[in-house]
Ligand binder design. Structure first.
Ligand SMILES: Nc1ncnc2c1ncn2[C@@H]1O[C@H](COP(=O)(O)OP(=O)(O)OP(=O)(O)O)[C@@H](O)[C@H]1O
Ligand SMILES: [Mg+2]
Length: 455
């Protein structure tokens, strides 16, 4: 029996070698179409002898990334394969961890329960010159069921663990329309997110900070609850406050705390609701979707827009000065609440605004955004925290005076941080902050005294 099997394998191997040889000879002399036809017939003949099956794992399912492909990249360890001669190495300046990845067209043999699995990463130029990547995994056909029931789940599990260990946060932005017409998950472009903000560095009311941390912890722990009440596992935050009060810093702190990637959705770059749908579906799990300046990024105020005749436009369409169709509030909220939130889990949505009063009431309705956070001008508590972070001091004779001024003068944490960066010497830095506050106070008093003018 064994020798019969070996015969088949060696026959198959020699047919394969012959095919390769023939290919190299015929390469220059025989038309490509004929070569392909001839080659596919020979391959079929070859596979009829073979006891192996090959599973192909594409990088994308249509336009969405295939999680099994991503898992295989984390799971396979080329450095442990004795015959691998070429790896790809990547490193992030944040974690300083070197990751070794498989190089294209190389092969790695992995063993599970004593069964060998031969993996190969294939890269090809597909239609419209897109690079197409897929894994081929080959194994004896008698293990087919075991692969699906045990081997792939293990690949997913180990990859999740490896990913968590060496995770680098990514910041994704919407890719330029001109370069993403073809779909195929090319909607976002990512860079490593190396924002230094953490909950320890964001100056804000500490009770509010604790509340946010507790809320995030509870959200992450509550998978079962969301499932049992039939609610999508997502949470919405609305951050409001003047420029420079730390809204973006807080988002980075949340991402760093949860180890979630960030998708920065610039709505002005989105070409209508169907484009929006594609972008939202292409976001990864365990991520934060951010829409900055929601009040001015587009005409979201549906109900304030002039109604159009029903026959010519859908009721939620907003006329816009750009000719391209724009995203509408109803379209956007529908995706966030419905379609998108049910096709993924562990999603956080954050909207920021400098003008909460300008937002459409639909966004402010209870239940829409779960948590509303008002970022304020620098408070005495925030100032002390910045002094400790920037200057390394917890007390100073100027503290009382500065804290009193902060009670009456609006200064943003960004402005305070700027003064603290002027000099490492706390005396000089605090004095320059004092000067700034006194100047602001003088300007404020002058404004109050100025006679009213009518234009
Ligand atoms: N609350 C804060 N705690 C610590 N640093 C802050 C805070 N607010 C602002 N800063 C500092 O000011 C810079 C700008 O802040 P940030 O971008 O977070 O403000 P923002 O509220 O998002 O402003 P905008 O409305 O203009 O987007 C940050 O890089 C940070 O250094
Ligand atoms: Mg910001």
């Amino acid at each position: 029996m064994t020798s019969k099997f070996q015969n088949v394998v060696s026959t198959a191997a020699s047919v394969a070698a012959t095919v390769m040889l023939l290919r190299s000879f015929t390469h220059n002399y025989i038309p490509q179409e004929f070569q392909n036809y001839f080659y596919s017939k020979l391959s079929k003949l070859l596979s009829s002898f073979s006891t192996e099956v090959t599973l192909v794992i594409d990088e994308f399912n249509g336009i969405t990334p295939n999680p099994l492909f991503a898992a295989a990249q984390f799971y396979l360890k080329p450095q442990e394969a004795p015959n691998t001669k070429r790896f790809r190495a990547t490193m992030t300046s944040r974690s300083r961890h070197v990751s070794l990845l498989m190089d294209g067209n190389d092969e790695i043999t992995d063993s599970f329960n004593g069964v060998p699995f031969r993996w190969r990463l294939v890269s090809r130029l597909g239609k419209s010159n897109y690079a197409v990547h897929f894994f081929e995994v080959r194994f004896h056909k008698k293990h087919r069921e075991m692969v699906l029931a045990e081997y792939f789940p293990r690949v997913m599990k180990e990859a999740d663990a490896a990913r968590e260990r060496r995770k680098t946060l990514r910041l994704f932005t919407v890719k330029d329309m001109r370069f993403r017409m073809g779909g195929r998950g090319e909607s976002w472009q990512g860079v490593n997110l190396e924002h230094p903000a953490t909950f320890a560095t964001v100056a804000m009311d500490w009770e509010l900070k604790e509340m946010i941390i507790r809320d995030l912890d509870r959200f992450v722990e509550r998978k079962g609850l969301y499932k049992s009440v039939g609610k999508a596992w997502k949470r919405g935050y609305l951050l409001s406050g003047p420029p420079g009060t730390g809204k973006s810093s807080l988002i980075a702190a949340m991402a760093n705390y949860l180890n979630f990637d960030v998708y920065d959705l610039e709505l002005a770059a989105v070409n209508g609701n169907s484009d929006l749908r594609r972008l939202l579906i292409a976001t990864g799990n365990r991520s934060i979707l951010v829409v900055e300046d929601i009040d001015c990024s587009l005409h979201l105020q549906d109900r304030l827009a002039k109604p159009k005749p029903k026959s010519s436009q859908p009721h939620h369409f907003i006329p816009h000065h750009f000719s391209a169709p724009q995203v509408t509030l109803s379209g956007f909220l529908n995706f966030i609440d419905g379609l998108w939130s049910s096709c993924g889990n562990e999603r956080i949505v954050v909207f920021t605004t400098n003008h909460k009063e300008k937002l459409d009431p639909a966004l402010l309705r209870p239940g829409r955004m779960d948590v509303h956070i008002d970022m304020t001008y620098c408070t005495p508590g925030g100032f002390k925290m910045l002094a400790s972070n920037y200057l390394g001091i917890t007390e100073h004779p100027l503290f009382v005076q500065i804290e009193n001024l902060l009670g009456v003068i609006d200064v943003t944490p960004a402005e305070v941080g700027e003064q603290f960066l002027l000099d490492e010497d706390p005396d000089i830095a605090l004095n320059s902050l004092m000067e700034l506050l006194l100047e602001k106070k003088r300007n404020h008093e002058l404004k109050m005294k100025a006679p009213l003018t009518f234009q």
